[in-house]
Design a binder for this molecule. Structure first.
Ligand SMILES: [Zn+2]
Ligand SMILES: [Zn+2]
Length: 756
């Protein structure tokens, strides 16, 4: 490795040198010699190819070096500089430094997050691969009755699993996906074809559905929206803006109007959305306004397409970037605005180093580039509300829905006492929700049902000895799945057969406990025989464009009931949905995490907002065993103010303080040996306590170590230490001091969104 070092070769003119940061978990730069021929291109922010041990690797130049430190030999030379302009602008390089310092991540890993993957490969990325794929297409149109289905698949449960999976995927799916990812048997696929229920088609590789998406003309703004646009535009650019608009108030139109002004003035813009697959309507609208100026960045792009989109933005050929969290780093030129839609979404937090929050990175980038920052949500995070309360964010409200449509009334159903439908047996299904669903189906309106738990049942339990099969790698019960049948771990993917008898006591029957989306789907199929049902959860959306297909079917009216996990709570706008049911609002309420109440509030309020967006109005039913919980109450009132008023005191003294009252850094220690892990956690906590008293005036509170709520995960034991400090600079000093020490077995997470 090239050492920091004295003079290269022998006498003669002093060469020129550059400090280069490599995408490796080491917090230092390396010095390389700059060949004369490359001198013009080797500037801060430029990509360079350098030798590292026996291979070539891409690095980023961070500075020119004229004076070498003493005592060196063996300085290596930069071998290439592929770009005619630096890959990272000064602002993006600076943003990388902020990521590194704020989150305590090595600079190389922070920079790696900023440039898309293909740009780190020494070989030029290839374009999209040509080729055809085999598709299994169901031949029957629409769904048949449950009885018919039971009869047809009586002796072929595997075949039924394939059939229902493909059905859930929209009637067709790539064979390779079914066999490789979903592990369905090839025999069953062929069986369906023999039975005449499906056929195999050869089609060109699936195309990007966003590429040719039709774009509706932008509707005109309402008076409320116009006033908000005018208010935001007259706010100083340096003042971040919160657009707090109820569901259905048309926040997207406000963003677009502001972005239109930004683009018209010759500048560029970024629109961040939580998950691009779930927001096709937003993407379509952006395209409608900006046409070919838009680059849509999403996970379905091939490496070649991703690199092309990046280059088009870098050269200024495209001026608006739309995408999930990593789009905050899009190389938009002359950046004029960043919009963070649904700013409360936990998916804006990156799960690996650097563990950044895109909302916070957006704020820093906007400041560095003199761009406007707009955060939008119907259920803003408590962090943002706190900033607003302190006058650091300017709030604009859209308190009413477009067209004076009322927010749908929400009925809270107490599952402990409400009359239940007898036929539902173990499923929490109240008469009130049942008749609302039946009524909507009769009127040919649509229904959305939220159950935030996938699988068939939550777990298997032996009625005799109480044994619950758990994952051998994770301290967590295995979830029961029926399509295909297996016990599956939702954390590591471990799979085993569903036991017929108890492995502990040998008891002959086993009981399924807890409700998952598969079982709910099954129940709905029996209860509403003619309804066309679509399920949207992680299990039905593993293929590339599955979300898109399911949502398209809902939009076209080919689905009567859409049921699913939290995926269906986001941004969907279907005017014919008149009934929304939260089947069990309590699934996340008792998680051992200080944000459990906030997440429940956001989820229930957001899904409630899917109802009544059309002329037929709508109603919402929330089934719960905690009808008086403030999160449920506030969600039923569609009121984030009501929620914050009840929640904030719970996170402030005399209660143990939590964000936004204090900053939080979590240190997670993991290892295969339990004693070793616990011991290392103990030493981390001791180091933190020493640092607090020696260098930080005791301003750091250290809690723990303690076992994580998920104490075992993917075969590793997990312990954590929490540190809190009101002043951000204290936490900054801690994470930077730790970055210098760094330990492979310790993960540092500043501003964590989960404490599990
Ligand atoms: Zn047993
Ligand atoms: Zn597991």
């Amino acid at each position: 490795m090239t050492a920091p070092a004295g003079r290269g070769g022998a006498g003669g003119a002093e060469g020129r040198y550059a400090a280069v940061v490599l995408p490796v978990p080491v917090n230092r730069s390396y010095i390389y010699e700059v060949p004369d021929a490359l001198a013009e291109r080797v500037v801060p922010g430029a990509r360079v190819v350098v030798p590292l041990r026996r291979r070539s690797i891409i690095g980023i130049v961070t500075a020119a070096v004229s004076q070498l430190p003493s005592a060196v030999d063996n300085i290596k030379r930069i071998s290439a500089a592929p770009d005619d302009q630096p890959a990272l602008s000064p602002a993006l390089l600076e943003l990388g430094r902020w990521l590194s310092d704020y989150y305590g991540a090595p600079l190389g890993l922070a920079l790696r997050a900023i440039l898309p993957g293909p740009l780190w490969s020494v070989a030029r990325p290839a374009g999209p691969a040509p080729g055809a794929e085999r598709l299994l297409v169901l031949t029957r149109n629409g769904m048949d009755s449950l009885l018919e289905r039971e009869r047809r698949f009586k002796r072929a449960p595997q075949r039924r699993a394939v059939y229902e999976t493909v059905e859930a995927l929209g009637g067709s799916a790539p064979v390779s996906h079914l066999v490789k990812q979903l592990r369905l048997s090839r025999n069953s696929l062929e069986g369906l074809v023999r039975q005449g229920l499906a056929r195999i088609e050869h089609v060109p590789e699936m195309r990007d559905p966003f590429a040719g998406m039709s774009s509706p003309p932008p509707p005109t703004l309402t008076e409320d929206q116009r006033n908000v646009v005018a208010g935001i535009e007259s706010t100083p650019v340096s003042m971040p803006v919160l657009l707090n608009g109820v569901t259905g108030s048309g926040k997207t139109l406000v963003y677009l109007e502001i972005l239109r002004g930004v683009v018209a003035s010759g500048r560029g813009a970024i629109l961040l959305v939580p998950e691009i697959a779930l927001t096709p309507q937003t993407v379509a609208r952006v395209r409608g306004v900006f046409g070919d100026h838009v680059a849509v960045l999403h996970s379905g792009l091939s490496d070649g397409e991703r690199a092309d989109a990046w280059r088009a933005l870098r050269r200024g050929e495209r001026r608006v970037a739309v995408g999930p969290r990593s789009a905050v780093f899009a190389p938009v030129q002359r950046l004029g605005a960043i919009v963070v839609d649904e700013e409360h979404e936990p998916s804006y937090k990156q799960g690996s180093v650097p563990r950044y929050h895109a909302r916070d990175a957006a704020a820093v980038r906007a400041q560095l580039e003199g761009a406007r920052l707009i955060l939008g949500s119907a259920t803003p995070s408590l962090e943002t509300l706190d900033q607003a309360a302190q006058g650091r964010v300017s709030t604009f409200a859209l308190p009413d829905r477009v067209g004076a449509r009322p927010l749908p009334p929400v009925e809270i159903i107490d599952l402990r006492s409400a009359p239940r439908v007898e036929a539902a047996a173990t499923i929490p299904w109240s008469e009130a929700l049942d008749s609302a669903v039946a009524g909507a189906l009769e009127r040919q309106e649509q229904v959305i049902l939220l159950l935030n738990r996938r699988g068939f049942a939550t777990f298997v339990q032996c009625p005799a000895c109480g044994n619950v099969p758990g994952c051998p790698q994770c301290a967590i019960a295995l979830t029961v799945h029926q399509t295909p049948p297996a016990l599956r771990c939702h954390y590591c993917g471990h799979e085993e057969p569903i036991p017929a008898t108890c492995v502990v006591c040998g008891h002959l029957t086993q009981r399924l406990r807890g409700l998952g989306t598969q079982q709910l789907e099954h129940f709905l199929g029996e209860r509403f025989g003619r309804a066309r049902i679509a399920r949207m959860d992680l299990d039905t959306t593993t293929s590339k464009w599955a979300h898109h297909h399911i949502l398209e079917r809902v939009a076209s009216g080919a689905v009567d009931i859409l049921l699913g996990t939290q995926m269906i709570a986001k941004g969907l706008d279907f005017p014919n949905v008149t009934v929304v049911g939260v089947v069990d609002a309590d699934t996340g309420l008792h998680f051992p995490d200080f944000r459990a109440g906030e997440r429940t509030f956001q989820l229930v309020a957001q899904v409630a907002g899917r109802a009544g967006r059309g002329p037929h109005g709508g109603r919402v039913f929330v089934q719960t065993r905690a009808p008086d919980h403030h999160a449920i109450r506030a969600a039923a009132a569609h009121s984030v103010a009501q929620f914050a008023a009840a929640e904030l005191p719970l996170r402030s003294p005399p209660n143990p303080p939590y964000p936004p009252h204090t900053g939080l850094v979590r240190f997670v220690v993991s290892g295969t040996d339990h004693a070793w892990t616990a011991d290392l956690a103990e030493r981390v906590a001791a180091w933190l306590r020493r640092a607090s008293s020696a260098r930080l005036d005791g301003l750091l509170t250290v809690l723990g170590p303690a076992p994580c709520p998920l104490m075992r995960l993917k075969g590793k034991w997990r312990w954590h230490v929490l540190t809190k400090a009101v002043e951000p600079r204290v936490l900054g000093r801690v994470v930077r001091a730790w970055r210098a020490k760094s330990h492979r077995a310790v993960m540092v997470d500043r501003d964590p969104v989960s404490l599990l």
